[in-house]
Design a protein around this ligand. Sequence first.
Ligand SMILES: [Zn+2]
Length: 284
Amino acid sequence: MTLLGVDVGGTYIKWALLDGDAVAGSGVVSTPPGPDETVALVASLAVRGVESVGIGLPGHVDRETGTALFVPNPPGDWDGYPVGPRLSALTGTPVAVVNDARAFALAELLLGAARGLPDVLFTVLGTGVGGAVAARGAILVGPRDNLGEIGHVTVDPWGAPCCCGGRGCVETFAGGPAIVRAFGSGPPEAVAAAARAGDGRAIEVLARAGWALGVALGDAASLLGAGAVVVGGGVAGALDLMSSALHAELERRRPLIGDIAVLPAILGPMAGAIGAALYGRRSS
Ligand SMILES: [Zn+2]
């Protein structure tokens, strides 16, 4: 049984073909200028033998109807676009439309760092900061596929404005652009390299990112209960530089939340595409 999973980002689309639980093929292409072109591209990836398609979008979706609700980052006007029906008409297969962070989390839960763990918080550090919650072995969904937005938990009510309308969200400390802005130059990998070379400013910026993550994850663990946290995404390469401040916040809450393991994601950049494919399997 071959499953296609696609992870749509603002700049790139990542895709993976799953044969059972094994990745049989994968690739990266540039994101086309709009949803019509994106759906056509994804349909062209659904080679013969593909039995279902899962597509992860960076935003909120209606899983029942396969409609994009709030997908601001990829080019074009996605909001209200019937991704699932259009793609299903082109491929002749069932299509699952899901949030990209929830797709990442399902992949890491079933096949990656959180395998076998029942209650887990997930966070994906990239341009934005996404998240997800697993309870008793299932990823929670919410009414707009919006449950788990750890990146938009407020850690400083007087902090910088965030794209979500809030202020001082985790994303304004730990998102890639926030890290670059606070340091004064980028990309985030260069900030991490500077910190490793002993640059005090870079060390401080990444410690602040870790502090913000620790506050939000600690509070989320208080609210929801969790035994582990999985951290992935492009900026997670700097997790070791954030981890002391992150752990300090979890440790502070230890009487309430107990021991929480902080685990790096292990499936790499294709986790979102793999998770989307797994959601497709569930829908078929
Ligand atoms: Zn926000």
